[in-house]
Design a protein around this ligand. Structure first.
Ligand code: HSE
Length: 428
């Protein structure tokens, strides 16, 4: 099997996620690309730090030149963050003919034009899916899947740390500091969380989204931004009492020949789809002139979600380089040995129409209990009619057990007039 070598710059939160994914999904990645992807060199700050991943002797190095100048490395994966020295390293790698994958929003937002100009002069690819929205494929969606659209508006929650803090403040009544500490412990926040909290991180991401959505060179410094540092309990209480949720929104909206673009904390009505985006989750609402309204939702930060975006970019470049790989094959991500089992287990809502007499509920619950169907809640919705609806919600149960129990209930013809409706209950 052919080998493609990658070099990684930086083995922090995202770098470790990438290594985990390669380890865990090695076989499916080989199957998908037809290539063995090997991590040839990894630039680290501290050579003696204990690590979860096993590396062959000589893989880890503290010298960037060993990675950038290795003639066997095809793809450089930049996961250091910050503008310098990342920018110099990436430029050097491009000039050495290496493809680039990066999750570095500050780098892309600041040097977008120059990076792509140099890449095109050197015939190499740059991918940066992990720079916005963590694991959510926002860049690929806008640049490839929506390429046939004119994009008119993008509005999003694109910082996991602030969304996590606002969620903890509203849902748990937590203080700002305590919530921030939790976000840091979970690996969502930047090393210095200032840029998460003051909205700058969002402005970098918005600059990238605007550049790819509207095809204009827009710099982060041209985007006004305000973060969440002034939000106190008062704002949270007001929002809760008035049917609103506080969210830090990134907005870019076309107004005829103008582009409104800003980052601002915002009260959004609870019925707005973005109000339901909680914890470290991100979401991006996009309006295109062909697709209409679209919303992407997922984990916007963290080791594995962002690692997932980075690995996707690496595989994209590998597939591009290996034009011979599986041309004309069906577009499936993985081939798995799966047994189709239809509906397996679930929680269920069951509405029975029953006669309203003593002992009816007892008879029904006896049948359900005998069949191993555990009841989570029960309610009778009406009184004094001939047949009344009784609604059960069950705990998780195998569908075949449920069906057997319901069959026995149908036999209690004197009391159960009808098994009227069955719904699955998700997230119960
Ligand atoms: N600090 C960022 C966040 C990480 O909280 O969303 C992903 O860019």
């Amino acid at each position: 099997m052919a080998v493609i070598n990658i070099g990684i710059l930086g083995l922090g939160t995202v770098g470790s996620g990438v290594m985990n994914i390669f380890q865990e999904n090695r076989e499916r990645i080989r199957e998908y690309t037809g290539v063995d992807i090997q991590t040839k060199k990894v630039l680290v700050r501290n050579m003696s730090k204990p690590r979860d991943t096993f590396f062959e002797n000589g893989t880890l190095t503290a010298d960037p030149q060993e990675v950038l100048n290795d003639p066997e490395i095809d793809i450089i994966v930049e996961l250091m963050g910050g503008i310098e020295p990342a920018f110099s390293y990436v430029l050097q790698a491009i000039e050495n003919g290496k493809h680039i994958v990066t999750a570095n929003k500050a780098l892309i937002a600041t040097h977008y034009e120059e990076l792509f100009k140099t890449a095109s002069q050197n015939g190499v690819e740059i991918r940066f899916e992990g720079s916005v929205g963590g694991g959510i494929p926002v860049i690929d969606t806008i640049t490839a899947r929506l390429a046939g659209n004119r994009i008119d508006e993008i509005v999003g929650i694109i910082n996991g740390t602030t969304n996590y803090i606002l969620t903890r403040m509203s849902k748990d009544g937590m203080g700002f500091e305590e919530a921030l500490k939790l976000a840091q412990d979970k690996g969502f926040a930047e090393a210095d969380p200032t840029s998460d909290l003051n909205g700058q991180d969002v402005s970098f991401k918005l600059a990238i989204l605007a550049a790819i959505s509207f095809g204009i060179g827009i710099e982060q410094k041209d985007i006004p931004y305000e973060g969440i540092t002034k939000i106190a309990e008062d704002e949270i209480s007001y929002a809760m009492e008035s049917g609103y949720t506080v969210k830090l929104l990134a907005t870019a909206r076309k107004r005829e020949d103008k582009l409104e673009i800003y980052v601002h904390p915002t009260l959004i009505p609870n019925h707005h789809p973005l109000a339901a985006v909680s914890n470290e989750f991100n979401a991006l609402f996009i309006r295109g002139n062909a697709v209409g309204e679209l919303m992407l939702y997922g984990k916007g930060a963290g080791s594995l979600p962002t690692g997932s975006a980075v690995v996707g970019d690496i595989l994209d470049i590998v597939k591009l380089k290996r034009k011979s790989a599986k041309t004309g094959s069906r577009p499936i991500a993985n081939k798995e040995d799966l047994r189709i089992i239809g509906e397996d287990t679930g929680s269920y809502y069951i509405r029975l129409q029953v006669i309203d007499e003593p002992g009816v509920l007892g008879a029904i619950t006896t049948v359900l209990g005998k069949n191993g169907i555990s009841i989570a809640s029960v309610s009778q919705q009406a009184l004094g009619q001939k047949d009344v609806p009784v609604i059960f919600v069950t705990h998780k149960v195998k569908r075949e057990k449920l069906d057997k129990g319901l069959e026995e209930l149908r036999e209690l013809k004197d009391i159960v007039k009808e098994v009227a409706c069955i719904l699955r209950v998700e997230g119960y």
